[in-house]
Ligand binder design. Sequence first.
Ligand code: PNS
Length: 158
Amino acid sequence: MRRVVCPGSFDPVTNGHLDIIGRASRQYDEVVVAVLINIEKKSLFTVEERIQTLQTVTKEYGNVRVDKFHGLLVDYCKQQEIPAIVKGLRAVSDFDYELQMAQLNYRMSGVETLFMATGPEVSFLSSSRIKEIVKYGGSVAGLVPDLVQELLVERLRG
Ligand code: PNS
């Protein structure tokens, strides 16, 4: 079984995340989407809400499983017998941070990190910018799944 993890906060999931998850699902037998439980970071959606949303929007892929983790990602990988992490790189600005993390993760555990270039049509997306746009009345249609847009409008403008 060739398994890989796509980790993140997913607060909320965007079409950029789905681009990477969907493409990873065509390369691997199973993709585990792992939501970080981070009590230090204020989030808009609870971990359970994010998991539920991810399950709905990744249903079509068939081989994607959604889970949560806390602590070090490499400990989760070891525990779940996942040998590699898949990360999307949007631009050069992502690279320094991601390289450092990939090297540290490999050094700590031997878990590999594989980088995938995000599709240019979604390379400018981030969950923070998406929340900001909705908060101030803009439309994020086509940038996030319809369900996520509805949830954002309800949470931020409701
Ligand atoms: O979507 P995000 O917030 O950019 O995802 C970041 C994430 C969850 C992938 C990263 O913060 C992470 O792996 N956190 C778990 C703690 C950890 O393992 N840190 C790396 C130490 S080198």
